[in-house]
Design a protein around this ligand. Structure first.
Ligand code: FAD
Ligand code: SF4
Length: 540
């Protein structure tokens, strides 16, 4: 029997792959979606299991869904510590993401062209703005009416939740020293939207939302895509390589069954790689052939390099006005209700790029972990901890890490995984630019807490979280106008192999200080529109 040749094989079903599969299929394109995992069943989530029921359930041998991939199943090699989060399963990391959904502005898109650090973005805000609008309407993003050069607004935002008391007081304190905070922007439904129920403020988002009141690619994109009848999903298909013909063009994909380890191949006219930045890069680098000895599309040795993300740290304090006040339910949509956009581009500074600040964890929410940082014992200690519970505020600045050539993913000389495929190795260090930026991030967080007259919990100035902790990997297959210095064009299409598209965060030339998923969705929508057009016109 003749093997089927799919119009498009999409690798990965997270934000990027889900968007590609949904958008292509609704335009009449036949898609095969390969994912290393399977669908998480919302009925099995422990979203509403009470804290005191957990231990009894665990004792009975029950377990919540294991979203985070165990590195023993799929190892990674590290030159320095790097906290890589992977979720294998339909929807990928969007099943448990933090939902912060910030548009990039021209400050972001024009940054590298202006300061000259590495390659310029080949697109500007006007190119992507219509796609941000479409994504906002499709997935539902709550946020305010604020609109600025650094954080463009949206007329499609759903209403934002009210700031918690601590957030309101921090906002006032920041404003008193000239720093603006705005409503947080989160892909959480604060009112019913497109037939989905609104969030009921249960505070369980990190365990998966069983009513899909926040965007996840499985429910919002893949389920509707399956309804078109033009998408086939193969679960537990761990892709190893993109296959190429004698002409150097992609003609299929090799994968292994996750459990039986059987090797399989499928044929394709075009391939969309969307397995998350690190795994997409690994697949591309492992796709070697006589035409692509350095990995597919990598004659210029760009793929794998320029890995970038964000530095971040955390500072906690207690606001005097709230000490000992009545404990209220501050869960809200979990995470922040307000956000501090980048402001440092308005004045001269000693480093490139910038930082913003997230404020999750303010007020009486999940637990009183801060007690571990407090001195004391006995009854007076308990009273002191309780008094502080409603008064907690938490500041989490995120600063851009520049794309450095030697921060990279490689597969040369690494061990093989259980399918005989070389695993990825990550090398990642921050530089002087980030250390200078971190100093100003600390100054800013301290100044806000001082202005709020907060009691500040101890912290070690200058320290930042382990690399990878921001869970925003970018840059390892970057887009750009110059084929010598970039791997993709502005439509995520490979310069060297035009029937391969790479649609996840690896396509970004810079990380910015912002969370990337809204932009991944918008770029993947734009790129898959372009791909559908190319297929229709038989250009590809
Ligand atoms: C706890 C947490 C909080 C986060 N908070 C935020 C936030 O607030 N805002 C934000 O913008 N982002 C946030 N993120 C990051 C966000 O989840 C990612 O940016 C986004 O999911 C990336 O989409 P993706 O499609 O590139 O990759 P993923 O969502 O990781 O999807 C990758 C897909 O590829 C599949 N896959 C991997 N390897 C293979 C292979 N070899 N073969 C076949 N399939 C494969 C996986 O099964 C998965 O379906 C958070 C992430 C986590 C874990
Ligand atoms: S807080 Fe809202 S979005 Fe989060 S799990 Fe509960 S209902 Fe879902």
């Amino acid at each position: 029997m003749q093997a089927v040749t799919y119009d498009v094989v999409v690798i990965g079903s997270g934000a990027a792959g889900g968007m590609a599969a949904w958008n292509l299929s609704r335009q009449g394109v036949n898609v095969l979606l390969l994912d290393a995992g399977t669908r998480f069943n919302p009925a099995s989530y422990w979203s509403h299991v009470k804290p005191w029921e957990w231990n009894a359930r665990l004792d009975r041998g029950q377990r919540p869904p294991a979203f985070r991939l165990d590195p023993r199943e799929q190892p990674i090699e590290l030159a320095q510590p790097f906290d890589l989060w992977r979720v294998w399963g339909r929807g990928g990391r969007t099943n448990i993401w933090g939902r912060v959904s910030l548009r990039y502005g021209d400050v972001d898109f024009e940054g590298p062209a202006k300061d000259g650090w590495e390659v310029a973005w080949p697109i500007r805000y006007m190119d992507i703005a219509p796609y941000y609008d479409k994504v906002d309407q499709l997935i539902g993003v709550s946020g305010g009416a604020d609109d600025s050069d650094v954080l463009p607004g949206s007329r499609y935002h759903l209403p934002p939740p009210a700031p918690r008391c601590g957030e309101q007081l921090l906002k006032k304190a920041a404003s008193s020293i000239g720093i603006r905070m705005v409503a947080g922007r989160r892909a959480v439904l604060t009112r019913p939207h497109n037939g989905r129920a609104a969030c009921h403020y249960c505070g369980a988002c990190g365990r998966g939302c069983d009513i899909a009141a926040f965007f996840n690619s499985s429910d919002y994109l893949i389920q509707p895509a399956l309804k078109t009848g033009r998408v086939k999903v193969i679960d537990n298909a761990v892709v190893a390589r993109v296959l190429t013909g004698d002409d150097g063009r992609a003609n299929g994909v090799q994968y292994f069954d996750r459990y039986t380890k059987a090797e399989r191949q499928v044929k394709a006219r075009t391939v969309v790689v969307a397995a998350g930045a690190i795994d997409s890069t690994r697949i591309l680098l492992n796709s070697k052939s006589s035409r692509h000895p350095n990995g597919i599309g990598n004659a210029n040795d760009v793929i794998g390099r320029y890995l970038c993300e964000q530095i971040r740290f955390h500072m906690y304090g207690f606001l005097p006005q709230l000490l000992g006040s009545a404990v209220t339910n501050d869960d809200g949509i979990t995470g922040e209700h307000v956000y501090l956009p980048r402001f440092n581009h308005r004045s001269p500074r000693q480093y490139l790029r910038g930082f913003g600040m997230q404020l999750w964890g303010c007020g009486a929410q999940a637990n009183a972990n801060y007690a571990k940082l407090m001195d004391g014992f006995g009854a007076s200690f308990k009273t002191a901890v309780k008094k502080r519970y409603p008064a907690l505020v938490a500041l989490h600045p995120y600063g851009e890490v520049l794309p450095y050539r030697d921060n990279r993913v490689t597969v040369e000389g690494t061990a093989n995984d259980q399918y005989g495929v070389p695993v990825a190795r990550i090398e990642f260090k921050i530089g002087e630019n980030e250390r200078k930026m971190a100093a100003e991030m600390y100054d800013t967080a301290e100044a806000i807490l001082r202005a709020a007259k907060a009691e500040v919990l101890p912290y070690r100035r200058g320290t930042v979280d382990m690399p990878g902790a921001a869970i925003h990997e970018h840059g390892t297959c970057r887009m750009g106008a110059d084929p010598k210095r970039s791997a993709l064009n502005g439509f995520c299409q490979m310069h060297e192999v035009p029937n391969v598209f790479v649609m996840d965060g690896s396509a970004f030339p810079t990380a910015t200080e912002k969370n990337p998923t809204l932009t991944i969705l918008a770029l993947a929508w734009r790129a898959s529109d372009y791909l559908a057009g190319q297929l229709k016109s038989r250009t590809l």
